[in-house]
Structure formats: structure tokens, C-alpha cells
Design a protein around this ligand. Structure first.
Ligand code: FMN
Length: 168
């Protein structure tokens, strides 16, 4: 049998990425309004629920991302959890696209942050805390409003590819 791929601190980060890619996730688009009043957002699968009381969630944002600066200073942001039909939105918000919001149906949420239409669920948050974490920062939000569609299936991400649920 072939030896298992193994990562050790300081060795090839590709192997670490592949190991982390074994953790199947959903896909979100995290949005806010920047200092010029323009909508910004990026695809993120680092979304995690944190606390029910108070209601907190987190997302990890790469410091190198163009959205990092606006997200770190916005009073409010939204986490849009994507459903299977929103794979184009995930691609739009994770690649170099001229006008991400011009290619996606969205509306202004109750607290200002953009809400993508037809999302599986939407969490509108107030910025609660930010923590430094290597080449990322951890953005913790306090959930002010959450909505969801009961009948839709999630867009999933596993081993670097989009997936969908199946039961057999
Ligand atoms: C499925 C998927 C999940 C991603 N998750 C994250 C994430 O959690 N945090 C992050 O900073 N970037 C993540 N990215 C990468 C960003 O979406 C990508 O770098 C994007 O182009 C950043 O846009 P910006 O530079 O305009 O902010 C992810 C990409 C994909 C395809």
C-alpha cells in the first residue's frame, strides 16, 4: 500500500491544503459595504457557528484578499450560505471578475450588508470581534437576523471541488 501523504510543519503546504480539503464544508459569500458605499464580497468556506447565547459566528478572511480591509472595518456584514444553484455566484466571488455584484442578484439587507437572492440561509451580523490569525484574520459577528429556505439543498465543497448531497 502507498504511504499516506504526510505534512509536517515547514514541509510542502500543498499536502496541508489537501489534508484540510478532506473536511467537507458548505460555501458562503461574505459581504459588506466599503467606505465608498460599494458592495464587496468574497467566497468563504471557513464559516463556523460559534455561540448561541450570545449568537455568534465566525469567518476567516485572508489578509491578502481585496475584501479584507472593508470587511475588517465594516460595522455590519452578511454571510450568505449558498445552495446548489448558486455555484456560479461562488465562482464569481472567488475569481477575478470585474463587477461581481453586477453578475449576481442581490439586495441591501436590513443592516446595509448585501444579501444574495435565493441563498439557502443568510446571517446579517454586527462586527463583534476580530482576531489576528497568521495570514488570515478571524472575523466574529453577532447575528442580528437570520433567515433560511427550508426546501433547498446546500452547495458543498470537498477536496477542491463543488459537490452536492446524495444519500446512496
Ligand atoms: C470554495 C472556496 C472557499 C474559500 N474560502 C475562503 C475563506 O474562507 N477565506 C478567504 O479569505 N478566502 C477564501 N476563498 C478564496 C477567495 O474567495 C478568493 O481569494 C477571492 O478571490 C477573494 O476575493 P477578493 O480578493 O476580491 O477579496 C475561498 C475560495 C473558494 C473557491
Amino acid at each position: 500500500m502507498a504511504a499516506k501523504p504526510e505534512y509536517r510543519t515547514g514541509s510542502d503546504p500543498r499536502t496541508l491544503r489537501d489534508a484540510l480539503g478532506c473536511f467537507a464544508t458548505g460555501v458562503t459569500v461574505v459581504t459588506c459595504i466599503d467606505g465608498d458605499g460599494q458592495p464587496v464580497g468574497l467566497t468563504a468556506n471557513s464559516f463556523t457557528s460559534v455561540s448561541l447565547d450570545p449568537p455568534l459566528l465566525l469567518v476567516c478572511v485572508a489578509k491578502a484578499a481585496a475584501s479584507a480591509s472593508p470587511l475588517s472595518s465594516a460595522e455590519h456584514f452578511a454571510v450568505n450560505v449558498l445552495q446548489t444553484e448558486q455555484r456560479p455566484a461562488s465562482i464569481t466571488f472567488s475569481t477575478r471578475v470585474e463587477d461581481r455584484f453586477g453578475q449576481t442578484d442581490w439586495e441591501e439587507g436590513e443592516f446595509g450588508a448585501p444579501v444574495l437572492m435565493d441563498s439557502l440561509s443568510v446571517f446579517e451580523c454586527a462586527r463583534h470581534a476580530m482576531h489576528d490569525a497568521g495570514d488570515h484574520f478571524i472575523l466574529v459577528g453577532k447575528v442580528k437576523k437570520a433567515t433560511f429556505e427550508a426546501g433547498l439543498d446546500p452547495l458543498l465543497y470537498f477536496r477542491g471541488r463543488y459537490r452536492r448531497l446524495h444519500f446512496d
